[in-house]
Design a protein around this ligand. Structure first.
Ligand SMILES: Nc1ncnc2c1ncn2[C@@H]1O[C@H](COP(=O)(O)OP(=O)(O)OP(=O)(O)O)[C@@H](O)[C@H]1O
Length: 711
C-alpha cells in the first residue's frame, strides 16, 4: 500500500469529489497525491466541511493533473507528418484568425467528446465492445498557472491510424464547406469562419499548440502534437493513464489565457453544452444535470429548461411558438420533445432550413439532423425523437430503409398536425398569426402529400366572400354552406384587389353561396389534389355551368325581347367562332352571366393558365387554344355586335376583338398588346368620328356649358 493511503481513505470518506476520481489516479499521479497528502497533513483539512474539502481536493488535482512531468510518458516510433494541403490552408486561416467568437472551440470539442461517448455507448449496447468500468463522461481541467485547458472523455478513442486520418485531414463536413467557401471568397475567411464550425481545428483559434492523447479498445495509446502550422508529430506512448478515450490539451495563446480560468470555462459550457447527455465535470464539479430532458416527466421540466433546450437545439434566441413533449407506446414507443418556431426564416429568401431534429434510441444518438423523421413540408419542426422500438443495431447508414422508420415518420407527422389542431382550438388568434408565417408549409403538404390532406385541411386557413378579412377553417366553411349545397366553391384571386369583381362570382352572391378566395395559383392545385372534403367536391367557380347549376338554382333566362332574337343566336355564335378561332372553338349561351358579355370556361381555369405560363410554356399554349366561351345574349354589347355584323362586318369584327381582349384579360390569357393598342386607337377614332360628325368642319370647337364667367 502506498505511503499515506490510509490517510487518503480517510479523506475519501469525507470528500465525494475524491471518491469519484478514477481508481488509478492517485497511484499514477504521485505529485498530485503528495500535494494532497501535504495539504491533508496540515491536518486542518480534517476539520474542513465537505464542500471546502472537495474544493481543495479538486484544485490540487487540477493543478497536478497537467503537470508535464507526470505521468512519465514514453514516446515510441515518433514521426513527423505533413498536413494535407487543404488542412494546411484551413489551419493557416484559423491560426491567424482574429475571429471574435473564440469560445466556439469549446463547443466543437465538447461536441466531439459527446459523439465519441455516444459511439462508445452504442458499441457497448450492441455488444461490439465490452462494458468496462470507465465512466461515460467528460472532464475538463483548467490550469491557469500552465495556461492550459484540457478536455478528457472516456469515449470510443482513436487508434493511431484513426488519429492520422481524422486529425491530419479534413473530416468534418463543416470544415470542407469552409474550405470550398474559401475558394470563392478572396477575403481572409474571417467573415465565414463563424458560419461553418471548423471542428477540432478550431482549437487553434485559441491555442498555439495542441496535444491529443487517445486510446481506443483496439489499439495502444497514441499522442498527436501540433502547433497547427505545417506538420504534426504522432507517436505511440507508454505510461498513459487513459484506459480508453481521448484527452486534448490546449496550450493557450497568451491573449487567450482567459480560457484557462474556471469561471470563464464554466460560463461557456453553461451556454453551449448544458444538454450534452453525459456528465460534464469542470475540475471535478458536475455542471450539467439536464440530461435527456425528453426522458423526464413533463411536469418536472421547468419553462426555463424547455427554453434553454430549444435555444441549444435550434441555435436561436428567438422564442418558439408551440412545444410538444410527449410519450406514447402506440403504435411505437416514442418519447419526443418537439418545437414549432415562431418565425419562418425561409420567407426572407434564405435557403431551405436544414433539419434540427435528432433521432435517439434509448438516449443513444442514432442520427443527428435526421430529416427523414418528418415529411419535407414539416422541416421547420425542431427537437428530439427517441424511439425505443428501433433496433440498436440498425445500421446508421441504412436506417432510412427501415419499415419502422416509415411508421415512426407517420406517427410523428400525425402528432405534429394534431398539436397544431389543438393549438387552433386553444387560441385561434395566436394560431392565425403563426399561420400567416407558416401557412405555405402546410399548403406544400396539401399539394404533395395525399396521406395527410384531410388532417391538413383542418389546420389550413382560408378567406371567403362572407368576410374577406377573416381567416376560417374548411369546417367553418362547411358550417356556413347553404342548405343542400353540394360542393365547396373556390375562386383564385391571385391576390388582386379587384378580383372580387369576377363575373363568375356574381351568381354565387345572388344565390347566397359562400366562395373560398384563394390567393395563390398553387392553392388551386392543392384543392384539386385533395378533390373532396367530407364528401363535398372542391369546384372552381369558373367550371362549366353544369357542375354548379344545381347549387346555383335559378338560372338567368335568355330574354329574347331585349336580347339577341332566338333565330339569330346560332348565326351569331357561328360568326363569333369563326372570328375568334383558334383561341375559341366552342360557343355556349350563358345561363349565369348578368353583367358581363362573355367569359372563357373549361377544364383549365384562369389561375391554372397563369401558373402554366410560369412553369410550362408548351402546356400553356395548349391551354390557351380551343377554349369554350360562354356568351351573354342579353348583354347590350353582344346585342349590338349582332346587329352591326349584319350591316358592317368589318367594324363589327374590329369591335368584337376589342371586347374579346377584355375577356382574355379576365381569363388570364395574354394577348398581343401591340395589336390590341393599334386596334384601340382605331376604335377610339371611330368613336370620335361619330361624336364629332355634326361639328363644323376642321375647326375644333370648345363647348362651354353652364360655366359662369367670373370676370
Ligand atoms: N474526442 C474525440 N474522440 C474520438 N474521436 C474524435 C474526438 N475528437 C475528434 N475525433 C475524430 O476526429 C474527427 C474529426 O473531428 P472534427 O471535429 O474535425 O469533425 P467532425 O466532428 O467529424 O465533424 P461533424 O461535426 O461534421 O461530424 C471526428 O469525426 C472523429 O472521428
Amino acid at each position: 500500500m502506498l505511503k499515506g493511503t490510509h490517510l487518503l481513505r480517510k479523506l475519501q470518506t469525507k470528500s465525494s469529489a475524491l471518491q469519484t476520481l478514477p481508481k488509478n489516479m492517485l497511484s499514477s499521479r504521485p505529485r498530485a497525491f503528495s500535494m494532497l497528502l501535504g495539504g491533508a497533513k496540515k491536518s486542518h483539512m480534517f476539520g474542513l466541511r465537505q464542500n471546502s474539502l472537495n474544493k481543495f481536493a479538486l484544485r490540487t488535482f487540477a493543478q497536478a493533473n497537467l503537470d508535464t512531468e507526470e505521468p512519465k510518458l514514453k514516446a515510441i516510433n515518433s514521426e513527423k507528418r505533413e498536413f494535407k494541403a487543404e488542412t494546411k490552408k484551413l489551419l493557416d486561416i484559423v491560426a491567424k484568425s482574429i475571429y471574435t467568437d473564440k469560445e466556439v472551440f469549446l463547443r466543437e470539442l465538447m461536441s466531439n467528446c459527446s459523439d465519441a461517448l455516444e459511439k462508445q455507448r452504442y458499441s457497448e449496447l450492441t455488444g461490439k465492445s465490452e462494458m468496462r468500468d470507465v465512466p461515460l463522461e467528460i472532464s475538463i481541467f483548467t490550469n491557469e498557472r500552465e495556461r492550459t485547458v484540457t478536455i478528457l472523455d472516456h469515449g470510443i478513442g482513436m487508434t493511431k491510424e484513426e488519429i492520422i486520418d481524422n486529425l491530419g485531414t479534413i473530416a468534418k463536413s463543416g470544415s470542407q464547406q469552409f474550405v470550398s467557401a474559401l475558394e470563392d471568397d478572396t477575403s481572409t475567411g474571417e467573415s465565414i469562419i463563424g458560419q461553418f464550425g471548423v471542428g477540432f481545428y478550431s482549437s487553434f483559434i485559441v491555442a498555439d499548440s495542441v496535444e491529443v492523447i487517445s486510446k481506443s479498445d483496439s489499439g495502444e495509446a497514441c499522442r498527436w502534437i501540433s502547433d497547427g502550422t505545417g506538420d504534426y508529430e504522432i507517436s505511440e506512448i507508454e505510461g498513459s493513464d487513459i484506459e480508453r478515450g481521448t484527452r486534448i490539451t490546449l496550450y493557450l495563446r497568451p491573449e487567450c489565457k482567459n480560457f484557462s480560468r474556471p469561471t470563464e470555462v464554466k460560463n461557456i459550457l453553461k451556454k453551449h453544452s448544458l444538454f450534452i447527455s453525459y456528465p460534464i465535470k469542470l475540475n471535478g464539479e458536475v455542471l450539467n444535470s439536464l440530461q435527456a430532458i425528453w426522458y423526464r416527466d413533463k411536469r418536472e421540466v421547468t419553462e426555463d429548461e424547455y427554453d434553454q433546450f430549444y435555444e441549444s437545439i435550434a441555435n436561436t434566441k428567438i422564442p418558439f411558438k408551440y412545444q410538444l413533449h410527449y410519450s406514447t407506446d402506440v403504435p411505437l414507443a416514442i418519447k419526443a420533445l418537439l418545437y414549432v418556431p415562431s418565425t419562418n426564416t425561409e420567407k426572407f429568401g434564405m435557403q431551405q432550413e436544414a433539419s434540427h431534429l435528432h433521432l435517439y434510441c434509448r438516449k443513444v444518438l442514432i442520427k443527428s439532423k435526421c430529416s427523414e423523421l418528418l415529411p419535407h413540408w414539416l422541416r421547420f419542426v425542431k427537437g428530439v425523437v427517441d424511439c425505443e422500438d428501433l433496433p440498436l443495431n440498425i445500421s446508421r447508414e441504412n436506417y432510412q430503409d427501415s419499415h419502422l422508420m416509415a411508421k415512426l415518420k407517420n406517427a410523428l407527422t400525425r402528432r405534429v398536425i394534431k398539436l397544431l389542431e389543438d393549438e387552433v382550438k386553444k387560441d385561434p388568434e395566436k394560431y392565425n398569426k403563426w399561420y400567416s408565417e407558416f401557412g405555405n408549409f402546410l399548403k406544400e403538404g396539401l399539394a404533395t402529400d395525399q396521406d395527410y390532406s384531410q388532417q391538413l385541411l383542418k389546420i389550413i386557413r382560408y378567406k371567403t366572400t362572407k368576410d374577406n378579412n377573416k381567416l376560417i377553417s374548411i369546417d367553418d366553411y362547411c358550417n356556413s354552406m347553404k342548405d343542400g349545397q353540394k360542393n365547396i366553391y373556390f375562386h383564385v384571386t391571385s391576390g388582386q384587389a379587384g378580383a372580387g369583381a369576377s363575373p363568375f362570382l356574381e351568381p354565387f352572391e345572388q344565390a347566397n353561396i359562400p366562395v373560398i378566395l384563394l390567393e395563390n395559383h398553387i392553392d388551386e392545385v392543392c384543392l384539386k389534389n385533395v378533390n373532396e372534403y367530407k364528401g363535398y367536391k372542391f369546384i372552381n367557380i369558373e367550371s362549366n355551368y353544369d357542375e354548379v347549376a344545381q347549387d346555383l338554382g335559378a338560372k338567368v333566362d335568355h330574354d329574347t325581347t331585349k336580347g339577341i332574337p332566338e333565330s339569330e343566336v346560332t348565326p351569331f355564335s357561328l360568326w363569333l367562332k369563326s372570328e375568334l378561332a383558334p383561341t375559341i372553338a366552342k360557343i355556349t349561351i350563358s345561363k349565369r352571366l348578368k353583367t358581363s358579355p362573355a367569359v372563357i370556361v373549361g377544364e383549365v381555369s384562369s389561375s391554372m393558365r397563369a401558373m402554366l405560363a410560369m412553369v410550362d410554356q408548351a402546356q400553356f399554349e395548349a391551354a390557351t387554344k380551343n377554349q369554350a366561351m360562354e356568351v351573354n345574349p342579353n348583354h347590350p354589347v353582344m346585342v349590338k355586335l349582332n346587329k352591326l355584323r349584319k350591316v358592317d362586318s368589318e367594324n363589327a369584327s374590329l369591335l368584337l376583338k376589342e371586347v374579346f381582349d377584355n375577356v382574355l384579360l379576365q381569363s388570364g390569357i395574354p394577348y398581343d398588346v401591340m395589336k390590341s393598342t393599334q386596334r384601340s386607337y382605331k376604335v377610339l377614332e371611330m368613336l370620335l368620328d361619330y361624336k364629332t360628325a355634326d361639328l363644323s368642319d376642321g375647326e375644333p370647337q370648345i363647348v362651354v356649358e353652364d360655366v359662369e364667367r367670373k370676370d
